[in-house]
Design a protein around this ligand. Structure first.
Ligand code: ZN
Length: 70
């Protein structure tokens, strides 16, 4: 099944507070202070079928991050 939209969730234990379950990539939260206070989040990430279409999202691939931290 084709995954058109990235599925970004709040996840702990990584370099950033957001994580894309579609392409397994950690994504920085770009929400402003007011949004964070309300528990909202924002990001610049977008992918199709697990392929990152936004290389400037500032995120990091999960495997790359694990390699750097092992
Ligand atoms: Zn993604």
């Amino acid at each position: 099944m084709e995954k058109i939209y990235s599925n970004v969730i709040i996840k702990k234990g990584g370099p950033y507070s957001l994580y894309c379950t579609s392409c397994h990539r950690w994504i920085p939260n770009t929400a402003n202070y007011e949004m964070l206070k309300e528990g909202c989040f924002a990001h610049n990430h977008f992918c199709v079928n697990g392929e990152n279409l936004t290389p400037n999202d500032g995120g990091i691939n999960e495997r790359e991050w694990e390699d750097e931290n092992n």
